[in-house]
Write a protein that binds this ligand. Sequence first.
Ligand code: TYM
Length: 345
Amino acid sequence: MAFTPRVFSGMQPTGNLHLGNYLGALVRWVEMQETHDCIYCIVDLHAITASWQDPNELRQSIRDVTAAYIAAGLDPKKSILFNQSKVSAHAELAWIFNCTARLGWLNRMTQFKEKAGKDKENASVGLYDYPVLMAADILAYRATHVPVGDDQKQHLELTRDIAQKFNNDYRTQIAEAGYADGQFFPLCDPVIMGPATRVMSLRDGSKKMSKSDVSDLSRINMTDDADTIGRKIQKAKTDAEGLPSEEAGLAGRPEADNLVGIYAALENTTKIAVLNQYGGSQFSTFKKALAELAVSRLSPVNAEMRRLSADPAEIDRILADGARRANEIAQPILLETKRLIGLDG
Ligand code: TYM
């Protein structure tokens, strides 16, 4: 492939990050930072799509998520860390892609249906258009790899469809400009890997762990202290049986499957390795071990987040530096996109 490998991903600064964000995405981001050029965004324009955000809380949330990125192991010197609204190419390219994407494609997006709920007529246009802005985020850098949790799969398929249609709509101009294989935008690869690509609610194994769940007991927040983590795991829903010795024994037992997956991801191992160790144990024993493991992994991150948050000026400096570097990559790509379309006169 003609494209230089480049990683892009992002998280919304709405409330606390939770264990799903951490295990489903952040942990992989930190790994990929060692092998790839990485750009990690705080997607503040996405944050205002679902509901009105208090401006002071939004401002604070942008800094908190930045602190969480760094505390989890992202190095602002190696990776580019910035917030989306500081790089105008995202919004500009989103407009261009609004004219590439088809209504029928957006009508199929399951996350919009879930988030808009029954009152679809009252959802913001931004919520509907959310996946197009996401495509612009990725393609503004011509990123090739996008590490995310399982819930983003459909959005990344849409990103590929948009890239492909753009490449096709402007194939003559793209060929004239000499791009290899007629591709100006890459068809990015989703990176959805490991035992915790879909961390479920601790209260209901059929629901995704989410910031918007009304029950705080349903999730472990990255800001939770050791006691809270222990209590939430102890109260996590399970079934009456003990742990099975084989992975097949987790079938039809979503809560057990979820806790084993969380353990495996925290320990950086596989579910079967966890079952080799705990198969036949009661949940009380397993939950105790899981709580200890979760605290040992999350407490240092939590402490570092608090240390970083005490210096907002330093966080703002990191974000400004990241935005400058992100702009240097995105601006020429936006200009070239406009030139291909004929918007350069
Ligand atoms: P957000 O903020 O909802 O989620 C951030 C990341 O966390 C993952 N995630 C989970 N993974 C496993 N189990 C869970 N329960 C869980 N909950 C969340 C998400 O899959 C995501 O990777 N639309 C994106 C933000 C975005 C983006 C982008 C991502 C905007 N532009 C461009 C990649 C590339 C989102 O849902 O964020």
